[in-house]
Write a protein that binds this ligand. Structure first.
Ligand code: MSP
Length: 527
């Protein structure tokens, strides 16, 4: 069984409409997925929805719907959203699907039988809106709880707990011994700091069905359901299990194994687990870097190879929120400016790690400068000049820009291998600029005026067209529509999907290109 490069995103809560933050995460994961395919690897990209919990239940009730109907309706718009972003996900998991629930229940049964849980009474503070228990440590210096927890209530309740306390040291040792496990490095230090300076509290994994019933029934106690982390995190292995991934299935036996196997949707010949990459936002780092590894170890499964943690977007320096209406609607932007312009901006503007700030002005100036005047202009004038001066026929090969192109290819691939997507775009745009400077330096429009310069003009035009072709290959993971358009305008039938195609000299003398057309039309700002 061959192992695929398996990458995942966080699964989004289904209690509202998707916004820029959700779009960003899915796009960076998509760029990484496409980049690995361009490197010739087999990839499996998973995304999906987190559909249980009190917030979903309450939102459904507010709309007079049963929670499943509510989730089914919203899932349609989230799946359409994934399409609108051009995602190449291979599966879309929903935590209310039977294939997921059966895996969660099998894990609960297994871990319970192996003594990982106990039942205890909890008395203390609880935030219904954050769906989390709070301790004295969560109090602010003035004694109150942070406003993000909403109204905090006192609660006394018996629940199941997952034992975490004994697991602290091996996890510290593992993170210290595995520098690439959490990226960027400062997020890794944050997790190590947390683990070294705190004693892990055991994790509450249940809620009484009487209080919250929109969860997965605990198989060994019908009075309880599980939800949130013990439910959501498991999506990363329930989807592979449903694909028939032996590396996950091998930890289950007997009844559990047969109940999972019954729901296998496919008979695959590849394995996925361990995940190569979990792409997540900074707010859910602790769950992925602390609870999830401990859960996996208890289950007998290998740990994911890497957790890539991105920052949060703001709009005009303010937190995006439903209540204030401060938000960016990715669909509206895509509608007006095109999908690739949106994908370009979010990856180019922000390295994976720090927080970012969306401004409409910033978006428009990158569109104009880097896409319109940069890439768009280079491709349009190169192809138009070839049409005008050579009837659209590619001249004999010339290698004047070969070294520049090769440098860009190498740098782009190295940056992509390190998940440095912003830096990869910078490497590609160095070649865009080189191409535009080359036009200014060689002045093909002047060369064309004198037939004595024909050989030189041939050289210049070959270099320009071949640079455009190499650029199409390099941008393909980021701007797939534009890459395909450039290839079509070059009269090439296939798609620029393999980095091996970026090697110099592939355009053949005599090949006739197609019709040039602007890639990023100028938009005049409203007066
Ligand atoms: N359902 C949980 C994740 C479970 S994963 C097993 C959840 N959902 S969420 O909808 O609140 O967030 C989904 C992802 O979107 C998270 O990685 C989160 O960090 C990210 N973002 C939500 N708002 C964001 C921004 N404003 N900016 C960037 N990413 C943001 O958490």
């Amino acid at each position: 069984m061959s192992k695929r490069f398996y990458l995942t995103t966080a699964i989004d809560y289904v209690n509202g409409q998707p916004h820029l933050g959700h779009a960003y995460e899915k796009i960076i994961a998509d760029v990484i997925a496409r980049a690995h395919r361009s490197l010739g690897e087999e990839v499996f990209y998973l995304t999906g929805l987190d559909e249980h919990g009190q917030k979903v239940q309450q939102a459904a009730i507010a709309e007079g719907k049963n929670p499943q109907t509510y989730c089914d309706e919203l899932a349609v718009s989230w799946k359409n959203f994934a399409c609108a972003l051009g995602l190449t996900n291979d599966d879309f998991v929903r935590t209310t699907e039977s294939r997921h629930k059966v895996v969660v229940q099998a894990i609960l049964t297994k871990l319970n039988a192996e003594g990982h849980f106990y039942k205890a009474i909890y008395k203390g503070f609880y935030s219904p809106s954050a769906e989390t228990f709070l301790t004295e440590k969560d109090r602010l210096p003035d004694g109150s709880f942070d406003a993000s927890y909403g109204k905090v209530i006192e609660l006394e309740e018996e629940n199941y707990y997952f034992k975490l306390k004994a697991q602290q040291q091996w996890l510290i040792d593992y993170i210290e011994a595995t520098p690439g496990f959490i990226q960027p490095g400062y997020r890794r230090n944050e997790v190590l700091g947390f683990l070294k300076n705190n004693t892990l509290e055991d994790l509450c994994i249940s809620r009484p069905s009487s209080r919250l019933n929109w969860g997965i029934p605990i198989p060994f106690d019908p009075n309880y359901v599980t939800y949130v982390w013990f439910d959501a995190l498991v999506n990363y292995i329930s989807a592979p299990a449903s694909q028939g991934d032996e590396s996950v299935l091998s930890v289950f036996k007997g009844e559990q194994l047969s109940s999972i196997s019954k729901l296998n949707s496919q008979n695959t010949n590849f394995s996925l687990w361990p995940a190569d990459l979990h792409v997540i936002g900074k707010d859910i780092l602790k769950f992925h870097a602390v609870y999830w590894p401990i859960m996996l170890k208890a289950m007998g499964l290998a740990l994911p190879k890497q957790i890539l943690v991105h920052g949060w977007w703001q709009k005009d320096g303010q937190k995006m929120s439903k209540s204030t209406g401060i938000s960016v609607d990715p669909i509206a932007v895509i509608h007006e400016w095109g999908l690739d312009a949106f994908r370009f901006y979010v990856v180019r503007e922000l390295a994976i790690g720090p927080d970012g700030n969306w401004t409409d002005g910033g978006f428009q100036s990158r569109y104009q400068a880097e896409l319109g005047n940069g890439l768009g202009n280079l491709v349009n004038r190169s192809l138009s000049m070839l049409k005008r001066y050579r009837n659209g026929n590619i001249p004999t090969r010339s290698d004047e820009l070969m070294a520049d192109a090769e440098k860009a290819v190498q740098e782009t691939i190295a940056n992509l291998r390190g998940n440095e997507l912003q830096a990869a775009l910078q490497s590609i745009w160095n070649l865009v600029s080189r191409g535009n400077v080359y036009v200014q330096q060689t002045e093909p429009f002047k060369l064309a005026k004198d037939p004595a310069n024909a050989a030189r003009l041939d050289e210049v035009l070959y270099n320009l067209c071949e640079v455009c072709r190499v650029l199409a290959v390099l941008i393909s993971p980021f701007l797939p529509e534009t890459a395909a358009k450039i290839y079509a305008q070059l009269g090439l039938k296939q798609l620029p999907h393999q980095f091996s195609d970026a090697s110099w000299g592939s355009l053949q003398a005599g090949h006739e290109i197609g019709e040039p057309a602007p890639l990023f039309p100028r938009k005049d700002k409203p007066a």
